[in-house]
Design a protein around this ligand. Structure first.
Ligand code: DGJ
Length: 746
């Protein structure tokens, strides 16, 4: 056995490759010297060859049995299936060649193992931080056309994650039209190790209702989640979870796949008569046609996979660790973010310098560190009908511009943040009047408006150059520490004035590449800026955007009651450090519900933390509560940002209470939030078992909000006791009450 200095093992005959992480193994094998097959993904195994697990007897394999080749093709567990050679399941790669044929027959060519992990040109990708990652590259080729595919696998051992991606090279002599290039495909058994049929876990939603979890049986045929609106969207996440029935936080098997991409996607599962599953993730083939000239390469976005034999909690922690350490970049990756107050829900478009400074002054007294001026500071924008694209300050609202405002804020000891919606243009704007062809629309046909705005064609370099210069001028004009990058509509009227007819099918992917280029250029020029992505709330909350911004606005629904469920869903996939979360006013503007300010604070503390309300209208008591909240943020945010997330109980399941905690990596401390969501008659104190502690360590449980010098001790006990016998939560009266506990090693 050839053991390489990595997590990648090659069998002596060089026909099997095993990729190991701390708790998992992934095995790829070559069948009959021709086809690359998926042999295994699950708990760690030790053998380096799984030849006994070949599904077809040797006489049924392609070189021995020409008669039934199509049967072989339709049943073999492909690692990356081609098109048109008898495999009727979902294909991964489809191309149209010069003669109109579409067959892609991918034959194994060779492999290479390299240390490290190279970035993917123009796309977000996970990266190695401590030289621990090695990459396996496997080459496949269609011998008849020269179309070549390179599959890349990199193992992030400590997170139990494997990153996969694909490159397609046109090795022929004429143009090829790629009609689908999926990023990952995996043929796997349809039942878990206990023989139970796997189920499908996905997230769905809409505006202000993002991240709703759904688990459903996988029926025969194809099912999954997709987006064809040009961005990730809020209707579904591209995430796929293949889970044991009855999956819980600790029990059951889960395969989780996430797509590092911010445009159209197709994440599908296909169940075939044998009950096996084909899982495929990639750019949605609809609205995708890519002309690849001879010698050119197409780079498909990355997919990250994890497997957990011990429930959803481990899957979440694997993704959290991967994203925090190997995806999120920039100055704020490991830093506490400033506590901000955003004026959107406080003023909407109706503000001026005086109003903003009054908010900032009061906020500063409560411990807030930054004022974010949301939509409405530019052009003639007093409502949402005008001025997108005209990124010049409205001096009627803000005399002296943003620099005047930032200077006054600085005197108060406050930072300034600014909202942009760079990808959009209002028909009523100087930009649109000067460059109508910069908007995505079909010449000579009616335009399709949404929020009275059009999408700028950021696939065009001239459009991107304009945007960079306009945004840079603003960022250079004042001391600006933060940018909120919003995007408030989806695509229609697909047409780019910059592309020839045969390349119009490239527009949506080129748009996403353009978006990434814009944010990369912005971050390179202004590395000190904290970027928060947003799209009508969480409509572009995806791992691709996390490569550019360490935090993303989770939802326009800021009602803490709703946020309990939304943030639970989001935290299943993304680290708490990335979840934009604010305390807003009650009755809540979206739901009309009233939740005590203390609970609103506790819920927002499980995210980036900030405010979004007219603080000048709050009572003295509320201001006092805010002071406590900002102090809590400073006390516990290092733990919340860096710790391991444990979901203890879910209001979604029990309709009564919610509980989660964050445990430090060394298991020496924990912050736990208990929310008594809906009261019941005859309610009683209840036991809750803690999670994630060290059984052998002894801990002190205190109320997290007590003064540090005299914390009131709830109990002192071993981790094993706290996790098995539990602690008593007091019977709270009323709805939406919450308590924070701090647990520390003694
Ligand atoms: C949608 C965002 O989600 C909100 O937070 C706010 O910024 C508005 N857009 C402004 O138009």
């Amino acid at each position: 056995m050839k053991i390489l200095p990595s997590n990648i093992t090659v069998s002596p005959k060089e026909d099997f490759f095993r990729i190991d992480t701390e708790n998992t193994s992934y095995v790829i094998g070559i069948e009959d010297g021709l086809y690359l097959g998926h042999f295994y993904y699950g708990p760690s195994i030790s053998d380096d060859s799984l030849s006994y697990r070949r599904k077809f007897s040797p006489w049924m394999t392609p070189t021995k049995n020409k008669r039934e080749l199509a049967i072989f093709m339709d049943g073999f567990s492909f690692e990356y299936p081609g098109w048109g050679r008898g495999d009727t399941r979902e294909g991964a790669l489809k191309a149209v060649f010069k003669d109109g044929t579409e067959r892609v027959d991918l034959i194994y060519q060779g492999y290479e193992i390299t240390s490290g992990k190279a970035p993917v040109p123009g796309l977000p990708s996970t990266f190695d931080t401590e030289g621990e990652v090695e990459t396996l590259r496997i080459d496949l080729k269609d011998p008849d056309t020269g179309l070549a595919v390179a599959l890349y696998y990199s193992a992030f051992a400590e997170c139990d994650v494997i990153a996969r991606r694909v490159e397609v090279v046109n090795g022929g002599s004429s143009d090829v039209v790629l009609q689908r290039v999926l990023s990952a495909s995996m043929d796997m058994p349809g039942r878990d190790r206990q023989g139970r049929a796997f189920e499908l876990m996905t997230f769905h939603g809409t505006w202000a209702r993002e991240f709703t979890r759904e688990i459903r049986p996988i029926g025969f045929g194809r099912t999954g989640v997709t987006s064809i609106n040009g961005k990730t969207g809020n209707r579904t996440q591209s995430f796929l979870g293949i889970v044991s029935p009855g999956i819980t936080q600790e029990d059951g098997e889960v395969y989780g796949l996430q797509f590092l991409y911010s445009g159209n996607y197709s994440s599908m599962v296909e169940k075939v008569p044998s009950e096996d599953l084909r899982v495929s993730v990639g750019i949605h083939p609809e609205e995708f046609n890519w002309v690849l000239a001879p010698g050119e390469t197409f780079y498909a976005p990355e997919v990250v996979l994890t497997y957990s034999a011990s429930g959803l909690g481990k899957m979440s922690r694997n993704f959290h660790d991967l994203f925090r350490k190997h995806l999120i970049r920039g100055a704020y990756r490991d830093k506490k973010r400033p506590i901000l107050i955003n004026n959107w829900e406080a003023t909407y478009f109706d503000f001026d310098t005086e109003k903003l400074l009054a908010i900032a002054k009061q906020a500063k007294e409560c411990g807030v560190e930054m004022l974010v001026v949301d939509d409405g500071w530019f052009g003639k924008r007093n409502d949402d009908n005008t001025s997108l694209g005209d990124w010049t300050v409205n001096e009627e609202k803000l005399p002296g511009g943003l620099s005047g405002l930032s200077e006054k804020l600085k005197e108060m000891g406050m930072k300034l943040g600014v909202w942009f919606e760079p990808e959009m243009v209002s028909p009523d704007s100087d930009l649109y009047r000067a460059h109508p062809d910069w908007a995505i629309s079909i010449p000579g046909r009616d335009i399709t408006l949404s929020r009275n705005q059009l999408v700028l064609d950021v696939s065009r370099k001239d459009v991107r150059d304009y945007l960079i210069s306009a945004i840079s001028a603003i960022l250079n004009s004042a001391d600006i520490s933060y940018v909120k990058w919003d995007m408030n509509r989806h695509m229609a009227d697909l047409y780019s004035a910059d592309l020839p007819a045969e390349r119009q099918g490239e527009l949506l992917h080129r748009y996403v590449l353009g978006l990434y280029d814009l944010q990369e250029r912005l971050l390179t020029s202004f590395p000190h800026i904290l970027l928060e992505n947003c799209s009508s709330g969480g409509a572009r909350f995806d791992p691709g955007m996390l490569y550019y911004s360490p935090q993303i606005w989770t939802s326009d629904d800021t009602d803490a009651y709703e946020r309990i469920r939304i943030q639970e869903g989001a935290a299943t996939l993304y680290p708490l450090s990335s979840l934009g979360a604010h305390v807003s006013i009650c009755p809540n503007h979206v739901t009309g519900r009233t939740v005590p300010i203390r609970t609103r604070g506790h819920v927002a503390l499980a995210g980036t933390f900030g405010y979004e309300l007219d603080i000048t209208q709050l009572s003295k008591e509320d201001h006092e509560e805010m002071k406590k909240q900002t102090a809590l943020f400073h006390k516990y945010n290092d733990l919340v940002r860096n710790g391991d997330y444990y979901r203890i109980a879910s209001f979604r399941d029990n309709g009564f209470f919610d509980c989660y905690g964050v445990v430090s990596k060394d298991k020496s401390e924990m912050l736990m939030t208990f929310i008594h969501v809906m009261n019941r008659p005859c309610n009683q104190d209840r036991f809750i078992c803690l999670k994630g502690l060290d059984e052998k360590k002894r801990y002190r449980v205190t109320w997290a909000e007590d003064p540090e010098d005299q914390p009131e001790v709830v109990v002192e006990a071993y981790g094993s006791t706290l996790m098995n016998a539990g602690i008593i939560f007091p019977c709270l009266s009323g709805d939406f009450r919450s308590v924070l506990y701090y647990i520390s090693e003694i």
